[in-house]
Design a binder for this molecule. Structure first.
Ligand code: SF4
Length: 471
């Protein structure tokens, strides 16, 4: 039976099947999960609730029953991926909220404290909320971001949630009820107009949340609108999604054919469909459901490229990465990116040092065949661009990090090596200083100029200087 589109268009294909299949677990019902009741004390459950009051929390029956190993849940990577624990909030944040919750503060006060904490967690890293806003005739195009020359991000209104929430997510403001923190649009016409006005853009990236939570019919309408627009510059339609890991049934049931059909139509019109799949661990590639879903997407002619950040408590082990990349290649996927934990949300809990990230990447890369070496990283998505850590080396007697841009706000920055003083504790670009006695990195003055032209004099102190990723 075909699914109905609900009022909001959100999750309609999946929610319509909730009664017999999809079931989400949130702060309101997670205590009813038998495996949770069996493994955690009341105090631990309360701690989860405190964290989930600040950071969004959602898991589902597929994740709980198919992916998590409940023998040792606290050590299980997929458990840590979707369930909160108290260490995900900094101690003073946790204590501030826990105390008020224990003493029965009312809902408004709890939400006010949670909101205050959220605002201290850098909700829009890398200048998303101001630096990346596209404009036509001076007017902001809602629901889009445009940071790099060739690629524009599109946030469909119906795709601003996910089948489950990752505890590390840098898009977490999309899921909390703070409307001014969100990007979203249901109007692709404005985006099409922006494409026409910017012939250098070749790629559109559907993102969210997860665009694959939307009704397949909505998704197909967006794709058809892009095809009908006959944009000569549009070559690649990318879909950033974790649905293969969190709800591969999206592609297996009757409605899945609507999505796959949209892929086929775009491909027959000469567009490339790049499905940017988010996998954090090889466990996510092991179920019959995900393997069948991958086969179905590949059969349309779309290509699946894979990406993930490297995180403590989830995948900070080169063996996990080499196993994941090998399995992805075996199933016909293309390893694409290893990222570094972004400077937002629970970064203190997940971040590995830049040196450690590089070592994990290097050892994993050494242990896969050339077919998996399409992957790039480790990379920081920060305000100036995507900065890759090439390694730690000694140059002219000084120990340094060798770095380069994989993407840059100015394309002339790309693939130009540069160096930072070695800092064994660095977890993000903010922790790095130029090597060899230089005062600034080579791109810094131009970046400051860009900031000034965008912000004029407002907020300027918050945005310039070495703290590139402050927003
Ligand atoms: S699937 Fe993506 S957008 Fe959704 S919670 Fe995970 S990282 Fe965030």
């Amino acid at each position: 039976m075909m699914n109905q589109i609900n009022d909001t268009g959100v999750l309609s294909s999946q929610l319509s099947k909730v009664s017999n299949k999809y079931k989400s677990y949130t702060i309101n019902n997670f205590r009813k999960i038998p495996q949770i009741a069996d493994n955690f004390s009341d105090e631990e459950l309360f701690e989860m609730e405190v964290v989930a009051t600040v950071l969004p929390f959602k898991s589902n029956n597929y994740v709980v029953n198919e992916l998590i190993n409940w023998d040792k849940p606290r050590k299980d990577p997929i458990f840590n991926l979707t369930f909160p624990n108290r260490s995900m909030l900094k101690g003073h944040h946790f204590d501030m909220l826990a105390e008020r919750m224990k003493f029965g503060a009312d809902k408004a006060e709890i939400e006010s404290i949670a909101r205050k904490i959220r605002m201290e967690l850098n909700p829009h890293p890398a200048g998303q909320s101001k630096l990346n806003l596209p404009r036509i005739n001076g007017n902001v195009v809602e629901g889009m971001q445009h940071k790099y020359d060739h690629t524009a991000l599109f946030f469909p209104k119906q795709g601003q949630t996910c089948h489950a929430y990752c505890t590390f997510c840098f898009r977490w403001p999309q899921f909390v009820s703070t409307d001014e923190l969100k990007f979203a649009t249901k109007d692709i016409e404005n985006s099409i107009a922006y494409f026409r006005a910017n012939p250098q853009i070749t790629d559109i990236l559907f993102t969210g949340g997860d665009p694959m939570v939307m009704s397949p019919r909505h998704f197909a309408q967006y794709i058809d609108a892009l095809i009908d627009a006959k944009l000569p510059n549009l070559q690649n339609i990318r879909i950033g999604s974790k649905s293969l890991a969190y709800w591969p049934q999206t592609f297996l049931e009757e409605d899945g054919d609507i999505i796959l059909g949209a892929f086929k139509r775009a491909i027959s019109e000469g567009k490339h469909i790049a499905f940017m799949a988010h996998f954090n661990h090889h466990v996510e590639l092991t179920t019959p459901a995900v393997q069948e879903a991958i086969q179905k997407i590949n059969a349309t002619g779309a290509r699946i490229r894979t990406q993930s950040p490297v995180f403590k408590n989830i995948n900070d082990d080169p063996k996990v990465w080499s196993a994941m990349w090998k399995e992805q290649v075996r199933q016909g996927c293309i390893p694409y990116y290893m990222f570094v934990a972004r400077d937002t949300g629970a970064q203190h809990y997940f971040a590995v040092t830049l040196e450690r990230a590089w070592k994990i990447f290097r050892e994993a890369y050494q242990n896969v065949s050339g077919l998996a070496r399409t992957v790039r990283g480790p990379s920081m998505s920060c305000t100036p661009g995507k900065v890759q850590i090439l390694g730690v080396v000694e140059v002219a007697g000084e120990k340094v990090f060798a770095l380069r841009f994989l993407q840059g706000r100015n394309k002339n920055w790309i693939h130009r090596p540069f160096f930072a003083k070695y800092n064994p504790d660095a977890i993000w670009i903010d922790d790095l200083e130029p090597a060899f006695g230089e005062e600034k990195f080579f791109f810094e003055e131009e970046l400051e100029f860009k900031y000034k032209s965008i912000f004029r004099h407002e907020d300027i102190d918050d945005y310039i200087g070495v703290n590139y990723s402050q927003n």
